[in-house]
Design a binder for this molecule. Sequence first.
Ligand code: PLP
Length: 398
Amino acid sequence: MTALSTPAPLQAPFMRPGMAALPGSKIREVANAALGRSDVLAFWFGESDEVTPAAVRDAAAQALQRGETFYSHNLGLPDLRQAIASYCSALHRPLAADRVAVTSSGVNGLMVAMQLLLSAGDELVAVVPVWPNLTAQPAILGAKVRRVALRPQAGAWRLDMAELLAAVTPATRVLLLNAPNNPTGWTLTRAEQQLLLDHCRRTGTWIVSDEVYERVYFDAPCAPSFLDIAEPDDRVIVAQSFSKSFLMTGWRLGWLVLPPAALPAVGVLLEYNSSCAPVFVQRGAMAALASADDFVPGLTQRLKAGRDRLLAGLTALPGVEAAVPRGGMYAFFRVHGQPDSDDSLALAQRLVARHGLGLAPGAAFGPEGEGWLRWCFASQDLARLDRGLARLAEALRS
Ligand SMILES: Cc1ncc(COP(=O)(O)O)c(C=O)c1O
């Protein structure tokens, strides 16, 4: 009898190539260090402190009481797909339910879109800094991510359109856009969207447009969307979420709008990813859409109050540089003259360890975000923002 030898301990190379290099979330790195501390004022995650509206919770609870505990169609409940199509049609150009896929969160929908389009070695061009999941997803699939940077100029984040157009060539499989942008609040104008759509029609490039903050927009009821200008058969996929505009982050529900011809393949991909979103969650979403007109504008007003309060406080602090975001839930700012001004992870770690202030380091959003900090202002309690500002002021003095 041969003795069994002890297997070698698992080390990174057991994973497929590329996985070991996948960075963990730097936001979590800061937040995890503060686990168990109740004194920290946390503004690091992208969610409001308000609970989901009662009508939405009631609808989901009633669905559970009725025993709606089974699978649904891969693409979602037909009634919900129709309700989403009607909601989008009211905001944009008319669109039919045969372009809608319900997904188990915005991030799940985005991953499915990437799986639909990207093979290993394909090129994706992304406008950055951006929510890190958006560049990690193509990297997981082995695609090459080419970054085109927004730059802060005269109090706003700006895109060099000529640079982006030059970067998107017939070799570019996907142009990835997130506007309103997390973390900068940068938005695309209608004219810029048209230019990009025309260009991508020429190069044969798909546009994946993450528009989850379209209603968290402070200049109009809705930010410009590719759904306003694209034809159903354009190579355009718009990703959406119930998380932000309906206060449903923990529910994990979103949707994609795609060309009708893409829907069958997306249904197949959803089967292998999650099979379907939970039915009671989908019922809650139907209640959310039914009350959208009553609910969303008020939420946006509260978020705008948070933005105004935080930006006024930040820009009054010596050495702070911040652009006023036109959309999204975040102030993206930098502090000059501190020993750790250029090391956002060290600065965020110092703020939480010594001052109980929880912010996200800009480096979490790519090298272009280094030296910046992100502060989520989705706080219904404005005094909480003031307390955070006081802690930042104290940190900058010490
Ligand atoms: C830009 C962006 N896209 C998508 C999402 C995904 O939202 P969810 O997965 O909660 O639907 C987020 C969440 O923070 C985000 O900031």
